[in-house]
Design a binder for this molecule. Structure first.
Ligand code: MTE
Ligand code: MO
Length: 373
């Protein structure tokens, strides 16, 4: 049975496809906890959930400098390496895809995700860098990796999925790339890559390969379909036929993002807004601007910043604001946009960032609401 190993899932998830299982987290569930509980974390599977036996599982590593036939069991991983806990917001490249074409007749290929293809969790495991060092790679000289033809670190999952990240990301101690065996203090559930998954903080979640059992250091990116022929961005004018996957750069770090998760009425002239903001490469969020009149006037939201360095802020920042609604209108548009530590901000509309694959929608998030008398 192809999907015979797929687990039971929480009924509160919003299912976008049953087989393979893809579901986003409801806005209220993202709103209600800073750390998303495992059963409510969004789930993105390209294939059936594989059967993984912890006792029999072995991680294989290969490449220049790596000891021949280097393998580690889960027990060895846990015993030989320092345990690290890192809070990370994983975001799918397709988060907010649905909004990319709202009100237009433009085509877009992919699951119609709204704002919930993102979740925040504490991942525990060992640093990939430590494991590569133990396998024989001189990680301390990782900046020189390219001299020896090591440009990429490739990951293969037991389901048949694969991806890669730049070698410098993998080996940079600042980037905190993990081989994780726990999610929020529990063994990683089957849907999220148990018994072992890669977690690449600050990078598109597509590179955080679940059920990882093979790592290779290489001069090339992974040959996986999802590395070479997916998860790339294109010009707004490129069509399905003219999108050149060979030429385009694969998505790694991601742009600054924010979304409104909740709007609640305080009185007929005042509403309370709540949401998230996040940026790639560990950039923290320094400001979230909210508007109650479609972007004519703005105020600063109050930020709930995670306890992480401003350049290693892998978790999301939550925000809230109480805003006055404009007078003399029947309807108005609430808006949010975030600013990261590089003072990067979000585009006003999707027009300039539309792409036929529907990835990286980071336009201002807008929610229309009626205004009372
Ligand atoms: N890893 C494997 N082995 N198989 C997959 O289908 N999907 C990727 C990534 N890693 C995937 C994978 C994508 S596109 C995303 S968005 C994240 O896993 C989703 O992680 P989650 O299901 O734990 O939220
Ligand atoms: Mo994804």
């Amino acid at each position: 049975k192809l999907f015979g190993n797929d687990p039971e899932r929480d009924e509160r998830l919003i299912v976008r496809s049953e087989r393979p299982f893809n579901a986003e987290t409801r806005r209220e569930d993202l709103r209600d906890s800073f750390v998303t509980p495992n059963h409510l974390h969004y789930k993105r599977n390209h294939l059936p959930v594989p059967v993984v036996d912890e006792e029999e599982f072995a991680l294989e590593i290969e490449g220049p400098h790596i000891e021949d036939g280097f393998r580690l069991s889960i027990k060895e991983l846990k015993e030989r390496f320092e345990k690290a806990d890192v809070m990370v917001a994983l975001q799918c490249a397709g988060n907010r895809r649905k909004d990319m074409t709202t009100g237009t007749d433009k085509p877009v290929k992919g699951l119609p995700w709204e704002e919930g293809a993102i979740s925040n969790a504490v991942w525990s495991g060992v640093y990939l860098r430590d494991v590569l060092a133990a396998a024989g790679y001189p990680v301390k000289e990782y900046e020189k990796a390219h001299m020896e033809g090591v440009e990429h670190v490739q990951f293969d999952g037991l389901d048949g999925y694969g991806a890669s990240i730049p070698a410098t990301t993998a080996m940079d101690p600042q980037r905190e790339v993990l081989l994780a065996y726990e999610m929020n203090g529990e063994p990683i559930p089957p849907d999220h890559g148990g018994v072992l998954r890669v977690v690449v903080p600050g990078t598109v979640a597509a590179r955080s390969v679940k059920w990882v059992n093979k790592i290779a250091l290489s001069d090339e990116e992974s040959w996986s379909h999802w590395q070479r022929h997916d998860y790339k961005g294109f010009s707004p004018s490129a069509t399905q036929e003219t999108s050149d996957y060979e030429k385009a750069e694969s998505i790694q770090d991601m742009p600054v993002q924010s979304a409104i998760l909740d709007v609640s009425e305080r009185d007929n002239r005042t509403v309370h807004m709540q949401g998230y903001a996040w940026s790639g490469a560990g950039h923290g969020i320094v400001r979230v601007d909210v508007s109650a009149d479609g972007g004519k006037t703005w105020m600063d939201a109050e930020l709930h910043v995670p306890p992480q360095d401003r350049n290693r802020r892998w978790a999301w920042t939550k925000w809230e604001a109480t805003v006055k609604l404009p007078k003399g209108v029947k309807e108005t548009e609430l808006v949010c946009k975030a600013v990261d530590t590089g003072y990067n901000t979000q585009p006003e509309t999707v027009d300039s960032i539309y792409n036929v694959r529907g990835v990286l929608n980071s336009a201002w998030h807008r929610v229309r609401i009626p205004v009372g008398e």
